[in-house]
Design a protein around this ligand. Structure first.
Ligand code: HEC
Length: 162
């Protein structure tokens, strides 16, 4: 092929890519991307130290307090991010947590998820380096979870709520 044809093909390819990219912007993400500054801070709901870790590393996907950076509004990233947030809130939503005291198993589920490294999601910590958990963070979370699901603390919770 002559150089001219190669250059034309390259130009055509970039135009097609640009059009597809623009077209994608018309396909909305599935979760409304409202930045909410309302809703509880976990640091105020549970033990402040552990709450602060959950606020830092988990609230974007597991609460109504999601921060949507600019790239989270650009397709196809917007589709992925909004699916993570929707599915994350479905399984665990800190906003409900503050209102609903009967969450006896959840602290242990949280401890499991951070101990085996499945949470926070790896794609997320690639970009949000500060969300990465240290060994100490994991230990604090699991210490809190063990105390929160001990029979004595469950008894105290039920006394408080009745
Ligand atoms: C980037 C979004 C995102 C972040 C950040 C995130 N999660 Fe998740 N989380 C999800 C999604 C999506 C699911 C459901 C699908 C799955 O399990 O992969 C989930 C599931 C869970 C579950 C259910 C059990 C399980 O392992 O599937 C727990 C518990 C959990 N997350 C805890 C946490 C905790 C604790 C943090 C912070 C240390 C955190 N998550 C941070 C998106 C996220």
């Amino acid at each position: 092929m002559s150089n001219k044809i190669v250059r034309k093909l390259a130009a055509l390819t970039s135009i097609i890519f640009a059009l597809v990219f623009l077209g994608m912007q018309f396909v909305p993400a599935s979760t409304p991307q409202a930045s909410a500054t309302t809703g509880p801070h976990m640091a105020q709901v549970i033990n402040p130290q552990v709450g602060a870790i959950l606020d830092r590393s988990c609230q974007d996907c597991h609460s109504g307090r999601t921060t949507w950076p600019w790239y989270s509004r650009v397709a196809p990233v917007s589709w992925i991010v909004s699916r993570h947030v929707r599915e994350g809130r479905e399984v665990l939503d800190f906003t409900d947590w503050a209102h609903q005291p009967d969450l006896a198993d959840e602290p242990m589920l949280i401890c499991d998820a951070v101990s085996d490294g499945s949470m926070p999601l790896h794609d997320y910590t690639l970009i949000h380096r500060k969300a990465k958990l240290s060994k100490r963070d994991v230990d604090s979370i699991c210490g809190w979870a063990a105390a929160a699901s001990s029979p004595i603390s469950l008894l105290q919770d039920s006394k408080l709520t009745k």
